[in-house]
Design a protein around this ligand. Sequence first.
Ligand SMILES: Cc1cc2nc3c(=O)[nH]c(=O)nc-3n(C[C@H](O)[C@H](O)[C@H](O)COP(=O)(O)OP(=O)(O)OC[C@H]3O[C@@H](n4cnc5c(N)ncnc54)[C@H](O)[C@@H]3O)c2cc1C
Length: 514
Amino acid sequence: MRVDRVEALVIGGGVTGTGIARDLAMRGFDTMLVEAGDFSAGATGANHGMLHSGARYAVNDPISARECAGESAVLRRIARYCIEDTGGLFIATRQDDPTYLDRFLPACASAGVTAREIGVKEARELEPNLAQDIQAAVEVPDASIDPFFLTLGNVSSARRHGAVVFNHCPLQTLRRKNGAFEAIVGLGEERRTIRSEIIINAGGAWADQITSMVGAHIPLCVDKGSMVVLNGRLVNRLVNRLRPPSDGDILVPHRTGTILGTTSSPGVPKDIRATANEVRYLLNEAMVIVPTIVESRAVRAYAGVRPLLGTGSSGREASRAFQVIDHAADDIDGMISVVGGKLTTFRLMAEKAADLASIKLGRKGSCRTAVEEIVPYDSEASSDLTEEAARLRHGGAWKDVLSERSEPAWAGQGCGCEAVSRTEMAYFAASPDVRDIGDLMRRTRAGMGYCQASLCAVAMISTLGQGVGELQAYYGERWKGTEPVLFGEQLRQEAFKAHLLKVYGIDPSREAGQ
Ligand SMILES: Cc1cc2nc3c(=O)[nH]c(=O)nc-3n(C[C@H](O)[C@H](O)[C@H](O)COP(=O)(O)OP(=O)(O)OC[C@H]3O[C@@H](n4cnc5c(N)ncnc54)[C@H](O)[C@@H]3O)c2cc1C
C-alpha cells in the first residue's frame, strides 16, 4: 500500500477544513486534506449562505457577534468574488416584543456591528414586499455569500500553496504509531496510508466519530436546521425578525432565489432531510414579514446539522462561538479538533487551529489568510469560460482571470434556469475532483434553479460521459429535497419532469436502495 508522509493531515473538506489547509499551506507546512464526500458535503453546503454582520447574535451571544462582525469585514476583502453585498434589515412585527429594540441597538454597538434604526416608511420603500403593519426596522451590514464557491476557493488557494487536497476520500481508520499518526484513507478503489505528525479534525457534526478512532471524545450535540428555497428574489436585502433568534425568522436573497430559514431540533448526522411539516411552518412564519410569499413557488427544501458543544443548552440557546480543542489533555498529543462557529467565522477558526498546529510542529509560521485574497480558480484553466457565465456565478474575480481564448464552437446553453453554458460544464467536468452530476452541479449551479434539473441533468451526464444509472442516482438523491415541496407549481414541474424522464426509464422519486 502506498504511504504518504505529511506534517499535517486535515480531516473534513467543509469551509473550516479547507480554510485550515489553506492557512497551513500558506505558512509553509506540508499539508494534506481528505474529505469523505465532495467539498461542502456537510453543513457548509446546507446553510442559508448568510454572511453575518453579527447583529443576529448581538443580544444573546456577544462573543459570536463580535467574531462575525470582525470576520465579515475580512471576508469582504479576501473573498469578494462570492459575496453579494445586499445589506440586511431587522424587522419587528406586531407579534414581536417592542422592547427588544432597546436591547438590540446597544448590543450591536458593543459588538462592533453598525446598526441604524430607520423609519418604517423607508424600510417599505427599500423592501416593497414587506408587510404593511411592520413596527420597526434596523439596517445592518448582513450579506449573502456562496458557501460552495467560498470552499472551492479555499481548495484552490490551498493547492496553489502546495497542499494536497482530496475529495471523495474518507478517513477509514486512524491510530497512533511511534509518536505520529497513521491514517488509512480510501481514494476510489485504492487505500492509502498517510503518516502525519499532527491531525486536525474539522469533521463538523462527525468530529466525535473521528476522535473516537483514537479513543478521545468531544461532547457534541447535533442540531438539525431546515430551509426552503423559493424561486426568485422576494427581498433585496437579508431580512431578519427583530427578536431573539428563533425558528423561521430569516429570508436570504441568494443567487436566483430566496432562502427561508430555519428550524432547530435535535438531529443525527445521517440521512438529513427537511420535512413537509417544516416547510409549511417556515412558509407560514415568513409570511408574517413578507405576505407575498403566498404567491411564490417553493422549489426545494434541505437541512443541515450544527455541531454544538454539549453544554446542556438546547439548539437555540447554545453559543455559536467556536472552540479549538487540544487533545493533549486526553493524552493524544498532536490531535486538534475545531468545532462550533459559523461559516462567517471559518477563517478565524482556521487561524486559531493553525496557530496551535504551528506550536505543535515546532515552527512558527505567521498567518496571512486575512490579507491575501482568495483567487478562486486557476487563471490558465479558467480561460474557456464565457465572460457571461463568469460574471453570473463567479463575480469580478473571474473577469480578472479570463483570457482572450475564445469559446469552442459547440458551446451553448447547458442549464437555462441558472444560465450555465455547456462550456462551463465542460470546464468543470474535466476536473479530477468531479466524479458525478452532483459534483458538477455544486461547481456550476446547473440544476439548482426552479426546474430542478428537469432538462440540464441530461446535458451534465453527457458532458461527463456517464449513463442512465448515474442519472437515476442523481435524481434519487435530489428527491430528498423535492418531496417536501410537492405542491402548487413545483408539483406540476415534478410531474412534467417524471414524464420526460420516462423515456430513459428513470423514476426521479426512486431513492438509492429502493
Ligand atoms: C441550518 C444551518 C444554517 C446555517 N446558516 C448559516 C449562515 O447562514 N451563515 C453562517 O455563517 N453559518 C451558518 N451555519 C453554520 C455553518 O454552516 C457551519 O458553521 C459551517 O458550515 C461548518 O463548516 P465545517 O467545515 O466546520 O463543517 P462541515 O461543513 O459539516 O464539514 C465537515 C466535513 O467533514 C467531512 N467528514 C466527516 N467524516 C469524515 C471522514 N471520516 N473522512 C473525511 N471527511 C469526513 C464531512 O463529509 C463534511 O464535509 C448554519 C448551519 C446550519 C446547520
